[in-house]
Design a protein around this ligand. Structure first.
Ligand code: UD1
Length: 423
């Protein structure tokens, strides 16, 4: 298994291009199932999760061709001949559940494996299922699979009032509602930029959607959707991650394609910590003189709050901040698995349930550490950039799920980082 070797060194300077959003692309790809005409996504990220979704869609009979080295995904679903998403694929990636709504809306039936638990908690899919039931779906859970049917072959509009904000359940419901008969109202819907991107793509395909980006989304179902070409929105989590690199070891880095409105709460937190964030014509620039940032408290929340997907990386920054920072994780239980690894590097972290109290130290020390999930792995790389000596991060397959060319991107701004290939 490959590992990544990082050697802490001086300030970083230069520019890093930010890719299209993994999480947007993973919900845009299943939209192909809603139309017999081609859907083309541009600005797609080159990641293993995208390849997993490609395999899943292909297993259903969709044609998915990666063009321009994977930056363009040309998809067509004129011949869907399989309506089962098997456990083998779903267990690799929870976002596989996002084919359920589209398959059901298109052909009135689908069988999708339940994803099971994952490293950052139980993560059930009950809200996805309740939303589809509100649209008339009949569901039968057996043998680890959801067997879903739309009576009469078509879903109907309904009111879905989510008891808690779920990105994936909002996406599944939105996808399904586009072809349902009548009007669907999603209340307490997620407002993430990836939801807005999905709605904009569906509108290009002919869907009638209003209110996306607010907590009430109204969808008027149509008879059919057409093809479209859509650019994937910028990856705000990759953006935030690389914004932390100059914050953690000093320097000035421009994040090309970055926009403040994708990450307002995160930008404010960085500024409170004493890091300068400037809007430029081409992106966002982060400037920090070498030296410790101020400790700041963080509470993760649904958008527009501080994203849970940047909590681990922010913890890496707080490990060497001046003072004591409290990080409260409100979205997922068990999302502090990076903390013991950071402690191996000399971090002082006190974990109490969903709260981590981080007392900043002068400097971290390099150590062999293990990635436990996608965002945890990149937090260890960030910590390694600022640490004294060498940090070797193992199990980097997690990283390949969500960060394209991480070594190339960080090396280009002066980081000492390399991938060690092992058989
Ligand atoms: C998505 C993102 C993930 C991010 C998360 C929160 C993708 C592919 N993944 O995940 O990177 O961390 O949003 O911003 O876009 N819940 C239920 N029942 C459900 C669904 C969710 O109880 O049916 C709970 C979850 O366990 C969690 C909370 O709701 O505690 C929010 O999860 P959700 O927004 O659904 O996350 P995902 O869509 O899985």
């Amino acid at each position: 298994m490959d590992s990544i070797l990082v050697t802490g060194n001086g300030p970083l300077n230069g520019a890093i291009p930010i890719a299209g959003a993994k999480n947007a692309c993973l919900t845009l790809m299943p939209a192909t199932l809603l139309s017999e005409e081609p859907l083309t996504l541009t600005n797609a990220p080159r990641l293993s999760d995208i390849r997993t979704m490609t395999s899943l869609l292909q297993s259903l009979g969709a044609e998915v061709t990666a063009l321009q080295d994977g930056k363009v995904l040309a998809m067509s679903s004129h011949a869907i001949d399989n309506h089962t998403a098997h456990y083998d694929i779903v267990r690799k990636m929870r976002a596989s559940i996002l084919v359920l709504g589209p398959l059901l809306a298109r052909d009135g039936h689908a069988v999708v494996s339940l994803p099971g638990g994952c490293a950052i908690g139980a993560r059930p899919v009950d809200l996805h299922l309740k939303a589809l039931e509100a649209m008339g779906a009949e569901l039968d859970l057996r043998d680890g699979y959801v067997h879903a049917k739309a009576p009469g072959g078509r879903l109907h509009g309904g009111v879905v009032d989510f008891p808690l904000v779920s990105v994936g359940a909002t996406e599944n419901a939105l996808l399904a509602a586009t072809l349902a008969k009548g009007t669907t109202v999603l209340k307490n819907a997620a407002r993430e930029p990836e939801i807005i991107d999905l709605a904009e793509c569906l509108i290009r395909m002919g869907a009638q959607i209003e209110g996306h980006g607010t907590s009430t989304v109204t969808i008027q179902g149509v008879e059919r959707l057409n093809g479209a070409t859509h650019p994937v929105v910028t990856d705000r989590i990759e953006l935030g991650t690389y914004m932390l690199a100059p914050a953690i070891c000093g320097g000035e880095v421009e994040l090309l394609g970055g926009r403040r409105n994708l990450l307002e709460a995160f930008c404010q937190t960085l500024e409170q910590a004493g890091v300068e964030v400037t809007d430029t014509d081409t992106g966002l620039k982060v400037t920090h003189k070498a030296g410790r940032v101020k400790a700041v408290d963080v509470v993760t929340e649904p958008f527009p709050g501080f994203p849970t997907d940047l909590q681990a990386q922010m913890m890496a920054l707080m490990c060497t901040a001046d003072g004591v920072a409290t990080l409260e994780e409100k979205i997922f239980e068990n999302r502090f698995m990076h903390a013991p690894e950071l402690m191996r590097m000399g971090a002082q972290i006190d974990l109490q349930g969903g709260t981590a109290k981080v007392t900043g130290v002068d400097r971290l020390k390099g150590a062999p550490v293990m990635a436990t999930d996608l965002r945890a792995s990149v937090s260890l790389i960030l910590a390694g950039l600022a640490a004294e000596g060498e940090t070797r991060v193992s199990r980097v397959y997690h990283l390949d799920r969500g960060y394209e060319h991480v070594v190339r991107k960080l090396s280009s701004v002066g980081a000492k980082i390399e991938r060690i290939k092992e058989s």
